[in-house]
Design a protein around this ligand. Structure first.
Ligand code: ADE
Length: 335
């Protein structure tokens, strides 16, 4: 029987040929610099490829090099990041851009890993893709592909991640960028989660232990997830003479972004409303990694503006104030 390393050794060249013929046309795969790869990888950390595609191009038009991003104001950066969510990534990206601007591009995995917002996976991706280093990037997608290839039924944890990082390092080909993105690509378009993978299109169909046993969907094996906490929130879109009340979020989740006045509620829908004319009401839900917000929104016309809020026009909200996508259902009321 072949060892795991032997299987991976046979798998690597098949993956490279397949990737070169089948990769998607994605904007960050053209005219790469370390900086453009950094922007792409940070955006892709918690956001789908389709959503990143649009925002990546616009972001680079606004901040074409680390210099423009390093010198921008926080509000400009947040505005350019709007709708991508997980905004601490934007703040970290700007910090990393400052490091590149002041100290130049890192040359080692350790140098890349020390940039703000860069964990083991992103450090591996940037090292392989932008620096030509043989440093694996192992995330959930890569683990799915590899646990299936090797029919490895271990419960996924950091130890399993380390094991696959070592295995990959031992077989890493010289085409580090294609190998790294090939693994990601296979996980994204062939060896997909949630339902049957497209094994008939897979370059590894003849090697894959899970496929040969007809058991693709048994892998990867995951520990049970903790339930997400539910929080109820009343959100008030206060309107006065074509202006809307906003405030800046303080510490914690979504820090530094702008929001409509809101408060945590005991359950949905039972709010004491601010004084004014209620024009509309609707509910919306937003899921973060650990928390689910169940929101009830109220559009209320008020008599007077008050000094505890910024009162912004629809146009100013469109161009200047970054409002988290969690409030997207209520931003629709701003016209
Ligand atoms: N996900 C994370 N990095 C990626 C990349 N470079 N290409 C496609 N999907 C990715």
């Amino acid at each position: 029987m072949q060892t795991e390393t032997e299987i991976l050794q046979a798998a690597a060249p098949l993956l490279l040929s397949w990737f070169r013929a089948n990769q998607r046309d994605l904007p960050w795969r053209k005219n790469r610099t370390f900086y453009t790869s950094l922007v792409a990888e940070i955006m892709l950390q918690q956001t789908r490829v389709e959503a990143v595609k649009e925002r990546y191009v616009a972001f680079l038009e606004k901040f074409p090099t680390e210099k423009e991003l390093a010198l921008a104001s926080e509000d400009e950066v947040m505005k350019a990041w709007e709708r991508l969510g997980y905004y601490s990534r934007a703040r970290n990206l700007q910090k990393a851009a400052k490091t590149l601007f002041e100290e130049g591009t890192p040359r080692t995995w350790v140098g890349v890993r020390s940039l703000a917002g860069v964990g083991d996976y992103t450090a591996g991706a940037l090292s392989s893709i932008a620096l030509g280093l043989k440093e694996p990037a192992v995330d959930g997608n890569v683990l799915r592909v590899l646990t299936r290839l090797l029919a490895d039924g271990s419960v996924i944890d950091d130890g399993v991640k380390r094991k696959f990082t070592q295995l990959l390092r031992a077989v890493y080909p010289d085409s580090t960028a294609d190998f790294c993105e090939g693994l990601m690509e296979l996980g994204a378009i062939v060896c997909v989660p949630n339902g049957a993978p497209f094994c008939e299109k897979c370059p590894w169909a003849g090697l894959c232990r899970a496929h040969l046993a007809g058991e693709e969907e048994r892998f990867p094996v995951r520990a049970e997830k903790k339930a997400r906490k539910v929080e109820y929130l009343d959100v008030f879109v206060l309107m006065c003479d074509g202006r809307y009340a906003l405030k800046k979020r303080g510490a914690g989740l979504l820090r530094g972004l702008w929001e409509f006045p809101n408060r945590v509620a005991a359950t949905s829908g039972g709010a004491d409303l601010p004084v004014g004319v209620l024009l509309a009401k609707k509910t919306a839900k937003h899921i973060f990694t650990h928390v689910e917000w169940r929101m009830t929104g109220y559009l209320i016309q008020v008599e007077e503006t008050t000094s505890d809020f910024v009162w912004a026009t629809a146009e100013e909200i469109e161009t200047l104030y970054a409002i988290p996508s969690a409030f997207g259902a209520f931003t629709e009321w701003v016209k």
